[in-house]
Design a protein around this ligand. Structure first.
Ligand SMILES: Cc1cc2nc3c(=O)[nH]c(=O)nc-3n(C[C@H](O)[C@H](O)[C@H](O)COP(=O)(O)OP(=O)(O)OC[C@H]3O[C@@H](n4cnc5c(N)ncnc54)[C@H](O)[C@@H]3O)c2cc1C
Length: 473
């Protein structure tokens, strides 16, 4: 190797979904690639995820007779985000989601052509507020995606170096020329930053996603441990622009929950969410694409109210939502309990007459399969729930606060263009630098376009970054 020849064609920082997709796609173009992963195993948040992948014009949709177009997806994506994102980048994303899903299927990912009622059953589902079903759930979820990509990485001969946190970029003459890891300098034709988000660094959350702190003591983070925001430090080295400031995904939970619902369990179906004036304001099962915003918009505490029959009907086997645990939470002061609705209303400081009227209207509708106000009956039907909901009528009654408290992912990343090239503060591509996934900013917006916005972003932009890093753009 000559003194001027780089050690590798492409260096990838981070071995989650974006990094693996970048490494595999660069290697497919005959490039020499090395990938660094700070943790002891590959996968990052991608491995922890449901693996849900939003995509338009796919073979899975076609097999199920779902008519979809890139134009339709683009319009929905931009409208939901109030056109605060750059249309050029979003259109490229929308165009490439379908081909990226087909690439994953070719590599061995399994998404059977069947309707799925949830984020756990492989197939096509609707977890967001999209007009057309676009959420593709792979077999074995995020773990399955990572396994398939890792096998492709091995087949392509890409070395993955674990336990190695890249410290900084090598920059010379205005071009990124490599990285420093474990004190060793390695040079490359191009570098792809795919180091995930910043959710695990409290100071960076405060700086880049301060809304998350409104959850107070209820805040908990489910993103992978490696989500330390290293991309921002890399970006500072080259005066990169940041996009997505102030945005991220917070899932609503009960105030006492501290784990993703796979471990925490699920609140009773027969429940009503009321604001501080005792009025119902949302479909209690509304998509996470909008439910956090609906709760925030109330401007005051939001309470989930359920009865004793609902508590007793909770299944066992979860950390939080079981009959015994809810009773213990009453003792701990995390759940308020009272013998009648008027006493409950007094305890949570909402007007008793309004809470009574709200529960009465809920009882008149939901147990009979209708919800003229919020159409929850339709959401339940889409989840395959056919059993009627029980009325909220059996004392004692329970209430607990519900708020966006589960921090899933962050959207403040290094601003990228439609080639996944990182832009400087003047909006010009920085030679030799690409970014994707949560580390790349501009695709994930103010509203999470569920289901599967972030995994689709990671794998689609990761693949694009790998292709363009390989072609030396
Ligand atoms: C519980 C959970 C469920 C989710 N479910 C879904 C879902 O179903 N659908 C969806 O769209 N989104 C979902 N998300 C969000 C989604 O999984 C992530 O946004 C996405 O996978 C991020 O991919 P990434 O490649 O950018 O980051 P990651 O997958 O987190 O990968 C980044 C990797 O970089 C490594 N790294 C960090 N810094 C360095 C460094 N300096 N040097 C070397 N390596 C470094 C990290 O350790 C990590 O392995 C979920 C997230 C969680 C936590």
């Amino acid at each position: 190797m000559s003194a001027h020849e780089p050690d590798y064609d492409v260096i990838v920082i981070g071995g989650g979904g974006a990094g693996l997709a970048a490494a595999v796609s660069a290697a497919e173009r005959g490039q020499s690639v090395i990938l660094f992963e700070s943790e002891g195993e590959l996968g990052g948040s991608t491995q922890l995820s449901a693996g849900m992948f939003t995509a338009a014009e796919t073979s899975v949709q076609k097999a199920l007779g779902v008519e979809d177009t890139v134009d339709r997806f683009f319009q929905h994506y931009m409208d939901l985000n109030q056109w605060l994102l750059k249309p050029g980048l979003v259109r490229r994303f929308c165009e490439l989601t379908g081909p990226t899903l087909e690439w994953l299927l070719d590599l061995g990912v399994e998404v059977p052509a069947q309707v799925s009622p949830d984020a756990h059953t492989p197939g096509l589902t609707r977890a967001g507020v999209e007009d057309v079903w676009r959420a593709h759930v792979p077999k074995d979820q995020g773990y399955g995606l990572v396994q398939v990509l890792d096998r492709a990485r091995k087949r392509a001969g890409v070395e993955a170096v674990l336990h190695t946190r890249v410290e900084r970029l090598l920059v010379a003459d205005g071009r990124v020329r490599g990285v420093v890891a474990d004190g060793v300098e390695l040079t490359a034709g191009a570098v792809v930053v795919a180091s995930g988000g910043l959710a695990q660094d409290p100071a960076l959350v405060e700086r880049w996603f301060p809304d998350a702190l409104r959850a107070g003591e209820s805040l908990f983070v489910v993103a992978a441990p490696g989500s330390r925001g290293d991309h921002l430090a890399f970006g500072r080295q080259v005066a990169a622009s940041v996009a997505g400031e102030g945005w991220g995904l917070m899932l609503p939970t009960a105030q006492f929950v501290r784990a993703h619902h796979w471990q925490a369990g699920f609140p009773p179906r027969s429940r009503v969410h009321v604001n501080d004036v005792g009025r119902r304001f949302m479909d209690e099962d509304a998509s996470y694409a909008v439910s956090g915003g609906q709760i925030d918009a109330q401007g005051g505490p939001v309470w989930m109210v359920f009865d004793e029959a609902a508590r007793q009907a909770l299944p066992e086997g979860y950390a939080d939502w079981t009959p015994g645990r809810v009773t213990a939470l009453v003792e701990e002061g995390q759940v308020v309990r009272a013998d009648d609705l008027a006493a409950l209303a007094a305890r949570i400081d909402v007007p008793a007459d309004r809470l009574a009227a709200t529960v009465e209207r809920w009882n008149d509708q939901l147990p009979h399969g209708s919800d003229a106000d919020f159409q929850r009956d339709q959401t339940l039907a889409a989840k395959g729930v056919t059993a009627p909901l029980t009325p909220i009528a059996t004392p004692p009654f329970h209430a607990t606060r519900v708020l966006p408290a589960e921090l899933v992912c962050t959207h403040a990343g290094l601003e990228i263009d439609h080639n996944a090239a990182v832009l400087d503060e003047r909006g010009r591509p920085i030679p030799g630098l690409f970014a994707a996934g949560e580390a790349g900013g501009g695709v994930l917006g103010s509203r999470y376009v569920g289901g599967g916005n972030a995994v689709a972003n990671a794998l689609t932009l990761g693949r694009l970054a790998g292709q363009n890093a390989a072609s030396g753009r």
